[in-house]
Design a binder for this molecule. Structure first.
Ligand code: SF4
Length: 423
């Protein structure tokens, strides 16, 4: 990519050493209409990985005047089969190290230029439980005003949490951070009865955004424990959903994470054992654990219907439809999102490398070298707009054809709690 150095104008733009401003659009000196930079997120990520503090926004190139003005490193390029694209970054004028970093980041982006196919797994992204949980917080914010306290992340996605924080949500780890008598929203992952009791004791008004499919597992835990069973919970230690469900019958529930854990289980009565699972597990791995349980406890009792939820199952099935034909899979989701992590692992088990990305800025252009077909999906807590952003960034590297592979349609909806519906 041939780059030229221009001056830059941007409202209140002042850049110090080690700082950079990536142009999301560039207005040129000739006054032509600004060009949007589709690769801006990729450039942002490449610069951050080089240790720069990065912002982004529209910039206007102007003729150089004051030597203290930020400089703009800008390149226009036309990838094969695509229209003209731009990549541009503004820096402090005397920051040689940042300029070297920007040159190398631009080269990295240039090295990934080529036309590609994107195989889009469907269903992907938000599920009914996540939609409902976010809408609950939004409604409470508009009905009661900020701040609205939320215990734990409402759903496991950094973009969702940041967006709600900007609008006045305050995420807390524990209830003692919530002022007495305030309103608190419980997250989609559910809470143990102890947390409900603690909320009562503090006089908090609770609005429960627990996904109804998690609530169903809690009810099963109480029922199975109530009939005297040892309830084996298949899940991941430390996950909020696991902690909440185990809290329903702490003396009678045991956690297993793998078939190996089953061998080590000791129960008071092997004839009275039942099992439940976390809602976001890998279907194939969980089947192995259940088989191991059945072998150890032939009288094992199962839940009436699968605990792994429809959204988890559908996203895994949809991913299977794209992995075989993809060179690389991107899973949009946050690191603490269980169902997103399971998608990454599933792709690897299917023989296709996969990377979990919070957004397009986490795509390392070097990983795209030689990649012709990209598989793309998103965990149930990842907003659909982030998938669009990834597609747009890939389109900034060359012509793309997008093929959606839909394995099923989802039309599940969950009713909102009466307290937020009524107002
Ligand atoms: S992933 Fe499943 S259990 Fe979790 S919120 Fe979505 S629908 Fe509910």
């Amino acid at each position: 990519m041939h780059t030229e150095i221009l001056a830059v104008r941007h409202a209140d733009l002042s850049l110090g050493r080690g700082e950079a401003m990536v142009a999301t659009s560039l207005g040129r000196q000739d006054g032509t209409h600004p060009i949007r930079s589709r690769v801006a997120p990729l450039l942002e990520g490449a610069l951050r990985r080089r240790g720069l503090a990065v912002r982004s926004g529209p910039v206007q190139a102007v003729p150089p005047s004051d030597p203290l003005d930020p400089v703009l490193l800008a390149g226009a390029y036309t990838p094969h089969g695509a229209t003209e694209q731009i990549a541009a970054v503004a820096l402090a004028p005397d920051d040689g190290a940042a300029r070297d970093a920007a040159q190398s980041a631009l080269c990295e982006v240039e090295g990934a230029l080529r036309s590609r196919t994107v195989l889009l797994a469907s269903p992907r992204s938000f599920c009914a439980g996540v939609d409902r949980a976010i809408e609950i917080v939004e409604r409470v914010l508009s009905q009661e005003g900020a701040p609205v306290y939320v215990r734990k992340q409402i759903v496991h996605n950094v973009h969702v949490v940041r967006d709600l924080e900007r609008r006045g949500a305050v995420f807390v780890d524990e209830l003692d951070e919530v002022p007495p008598a305030a309103t608190v929203v419980f997250s989609a992952h559910g809470v143990s009865p102890d947390v409900r009791t603690a909320a009562d004791r503090r006089g908090l008004r609770v609005i429960d955004a627990t996904c109804p499919l998690v609530t169903k597992v809690h009810a099963e835990a109480r029922r199975f424990a109530g009939r005297g069973d040892t309830v084996v919970f298949i899940g991941h230690a430390g996950h909020e959903e696991t902690e909440g469900t185990l809290g329903e019958a702490p003396g009678q529930m045991v956690l297993v994470e793998s078939a190996a854990d089953v061998a080590a289980l000791r129960v008071p009565d092997p004839a009275r054992v039942s099992y439940l699972t976390q809602t976001t597990l890998a279907v194939d791995e969980t089947t192995e654990v259940i088989e191991a349980l059945k072998e150890r406890f032939p009288a094992l009792r199962a839940p009436h219907s699968e605990d792994i939820c429809y959204a988890t199952t559908n996203r895994q099935e949809a991913l299977r439809a794209v992995t075989a034909d993809s060179d690389l899979v991107f899973v949009v989701g946050s690191v603490n999102s269980s169902n997103s992590q399971r998608l990454v692992e599933l792709s690897a088990r299917q023989g296709t490398p996969a990377q979990l990305i919070d957004d397009a800025s986490e795509i390392d252009p070097r990983r795209l070298h030689g990649v012709v077909t990209v598989g793309l999906t998103a965990g149930a807590s990842a907003p659909p707009r982030l998938v669009e952003q990834v597609i747009d960034s890939l389109a900034g590297l060359g012509a793309i054809s997008v093929e959606e592979r839909e394995v099923t349609q989802e039309n599940v909806q969950f009713a909102l709690p009466r307290t937020v519906r009524a107002k």
